[in-house]
Design a protein around this ligand. Structure first.
Ligand SMILES: Cc1ncc(COP(=O)(O)O)c(C=O)c1O
Length: 500
């Protein structure tokens, strides 16, 4: 039988009301420390959430959230709130090193690394999350619909026929037959003008951005970037010494006039013209032509990130900007992270001509020689056998349906708390919160309930937006979407009633 503590006799459970740390995080931290310090013993029953809330002068909700997090991390067990007790076996919080075997310098080894990379959570936090993708993690493909058998057959064919040449070093620009099928695919599906000689295969858009920054940006060069926009692109350009020029975004995409007037000397523009990330919307044809003309006149590079435009749900898919450019100023980036799976780590850059592609090929060789050859061979087999087109066509129908389901759920269950609009494409929607709510705080709170969203504010710089959540929907079936929406609405409504 667990020992019962009727009284709240846990010393040191004092909230710091002046602190900016949310109350539930403080309660969580205080209890965690009490458990690790053995002020709370293994097996000891915790006070009920009601009692503890009263004694600390906070709402019961705050205690419940703290208990939920402690339970997720294995510090406490039992039903949340009433009946929770300290776990018998505590999670390993510190690696056990033999005493005195680590010198002070070794202890502080990270201090020898002088540079910190500006890497966002969305790039780094994946390992622990990959095993369980939670609604509304974005942007995750529907892995339950991935054609595993077909992929395995392609892989089998490749490995059965491997020859010495396949195992050697290869062209840094990528396996030529793969570049050829990609060029064929893009010409038909994205109206892109290119041949295989213009393509460099990369380990995804992230590497493509790094190569572009290394090749095209000099210290203090200015670059236009959408605001709100893709933080991982901005981080790369800033890391290369670029100076950020945030450009506001409207329903018809980046405000090109504003950019030309306010930042006429920029040498590079990063843009998501087919489906603005994260606000949605498509760059209008007038703006496209204006941007291309400006780039030609000012010798500015345009980086077109076409990250999810295979998934357009209307009858007239928007073609890529690259296909409209007679002046050779557009550098196009595509990825298989969305259409196949992100762990594949294959993407590509299309350069304006062969000479530039060769130069980028050198940069790629300098970075990591080449992409792994067997994955390139398998992907080639997959595309060549027409499986990519079939898979994309299926996923387009599935994702369209999943978006409709999500929007219907939000409309039916969202009360006055959430409002989301239809998107003509892509893998996420924006759900607007009531005015005055803090979308970062809501995001943190929802995470404790197992709902993973991203706050729009994280992607804004200068041009603040009303509070909103970015909801990925493509990886989740109807049941998971409904569970996610219910939990989200319940938690937001509790938060809203605390605020009122
Ligand atoms: C705007 C944008 N571009 C590109 C990517 C894909 O990056 P990668 O190809 O490195 O997986 C993402 C992924 O989340 C994205 O949001």
């Amino acid at each position: 039988m667990p020992k019962v503590s009727h009284q709240i006799s846990i010393p040191g459970l004092e909230l710091n009301r002046a602190s900016k740390i949310p109350a539930y995080k403080q309660v969580y931290g205080l209890l965690r420390t009490a458990i690790l310090d053995h002020r709370l013993q293994p097996g000891q029953r915790l006070p009920s959430s009601r009692l503890l809330a009263e004694s600390m002068g906070v709402s019961r909700n705050i205690i419940l959230l703290a208990y939920e997090q402690l339970s997720l991390e294995g510090f406490i067990a039992g039903a949340t709130g009433n009946g929770s007790f300290v776990s018998g076996t505590l999670p390993d919080t510190k690696p056990k090193l033999p005493k005195d075997t680590v010198s002070p310098e070794e202890k502080n080894i990270a201090s020898n690394v002088t540079f910190q990379y500006p890497v966002s959570d969305s790039l780094m936090q994946r390992e622990s999350e990959a095993a369980t993708i939670k609604p509304f993690q974005n942007p995750e493909p529907a892995m339950d619909h991935f054609p595993y058998r077909t992929w395995a057959k392609c892989a089998y064919r490749i490995f059965r026929n491997l020859e010495f040449e396949s195992l050697n070093y290869h062209d840094a620009k990528g396996y030529l037959p793969l570049r050829t099928v990609i060029a064929d695919y893009l010409r038909v599906n994205r109206a892109i003008r290119c041949g295989p000689e213009q393509i460099v295969i990369t380990t995804g858009t992230q590497q493509a951005l790094n190569l572009a920054a290394a090749m095209l940006l000099k210290n203090n060069d200015r670059f236009w970037i959408e605001d709100p926009g893709y933080i991982n692109a901005r981080a790369v350009f800033e890391h290369a010494g670029g100076k950020t020029c945030p450009i506001p975004v409207h329903a018809d995409g980046m405000d090109v006039d504003h950019a030309m007037q306010k930042h006429p000397n920029a040498t590079l523009c990063y843009i998501t013209p087919s489906h603005q990330f994260p606000a949605g919307g498509t760059l209008s044809i007038t703006k496209r032509l204006k941007l291309l003309e400006w780039a030609a006149k000012k010798k500015m590079w345009i980086i077109e990130d076409d990250y999810d435009s295979e998934f357009q749900y209307g009858s007239n898919p928007v073609p890529a900007l690259q296909g409209l450019d007679p002046h050779k100023r557009v550098i196009y980036m595509g990825t298989f992270s969305k259409v196949l799976f992100p762990g594949l780590r294959i993407g590509y850059i299309i350069l304006p001509d062969k000479e530039m592609a060769d130069a980028f090929g050198y940069a790629k060789a300098f970075a990591d020689r080449q992409n792994g050859i067997t994955d390139q061979l398998i992907l080639h087999e997959f595309i060549h056998g027409d499986h990519l087109t079939i898979h994309i066509r299926r996923m387009r129908q599935l994702y369209k349906k999943r978006q409709e389901i999500l929007l219907e759920l939000i409309q039916r269950l969202g009360e006055e708390l959430l409002q989301a609009d239809k998107q003509s494409g892509g893998m996420h929607v924006l759900a607007w919160l009531p005015k005055g709510m803090n979308d970062q705080e809501v995001t943190d709170m929802l995470r404790l309930g197992g709902v993973y969203v991203a706050p729009l504010s994280r992607y804004t710089l200068k041009y603040k937006q009303p509070p909103a959540l970015i909801l990925g929907y493509t990886a989740f079936n109807e049941k998971l979407l409904a569970q996610g929406v219910r939990t989200m609405v319940r938690m937001i409504s509790e938060q809203a009633s605390l605020l009122s």
